[in-house]
Ligand binder design. Structure first.
Ligand code: HQG
Length: 179
């Protein structure tokens, strides 16, 4: 399978495992899992034929380990907009985490802090390089530092997804260091 096809399969999986399972008649369980056979059948019935081998390769080669396979089931590791409970345990964050954004959101972030917008949680990165890549999806990246240690001491809960993305409900402005 060439890289272009792998990316296409990955985007299809993200769309239906995070955002619009009902578009192809799928139902995720409460933790976001779906039977792989059901997913492949639903995809084929809606005009996207993908083999089990292609799915396995797209999962294994995914640059961000976006998906987890558990026996006969698959789910997205994070990034959902549909309601799922990933069942992650709270974790103690490192002292600082990073968030990549862009200049046009700064004024709102300054007054409101970071909000999850369409997703379940605010996504934070353990290193600046990853945060830079997240911001650069939109335009020139701006990286904000988050005083995660102080947030944790003040009672905010943090989770880390299976692919290393730090998640928290909101980041009030006082914990942000803005450019
Ligand atoms: C911004 C990708 C205005 C926030 C990436 C961001 C990541 C505000 C945007 C993952 C705001 C939301 C998530 C406020 C936050 N006012 N704008 N108060 N608070 N924002 O895409 O973090 O490829 O939902 O800065 O790699 O950009 O999908 O979040 O710019 O890990 O696996 O609102 O998505 O991963 O955008 O990206 P998103 P994100 P995947």
């Amino acid at each position: 399978m060439n890289e272009q096809r792998t990316v296409k399969v990955s985007k299809y999986l993200s769309k239906h495992l995070r955002h619009q399972p009902d578009r192809i008649g799928l139902t995720l369980d409460e933790a976001g899992w779906v039977e792989i056979d059901d997913l492949l059948a639903a995809a084929a019935a809606h005009g996207f034929r993908v083999s089990r081998a292609e799915l396995d390769q797209a999962v294994a080669e995914n640059d961000k380990r976006r998906f987890a396979v558990d026996g006969t089931r698959i789910r997205a590791n994070q990034g959902h907009t549909v309601g799922v409970d990933l069942g992650l345990a709270p974790e103690q964050p490192p002292p600082y985490l990073y968030h990549g954004t862009v200049a046009r959101f700064l004024d709102a972030i300054r007054t409101e802090g970071l909000r999850p917008m369409n997703r379940h949680d605010v996504h934070l990165s353990a290193d600046r390089e990853t945060a830079t890549r997240v911001g650069a999806r939109r335009s020139r990246a701006l990286v904000l530092s988050v005083d995660a240690g102080a947030m944790h001491r003040d009672g905010h809960t943090f989770y880390v997804s299976a692919n290393g993305v730090w998640l928290t409900a909101t980041v009030p402005p006082r914990y942000l260091r803005l450019p």
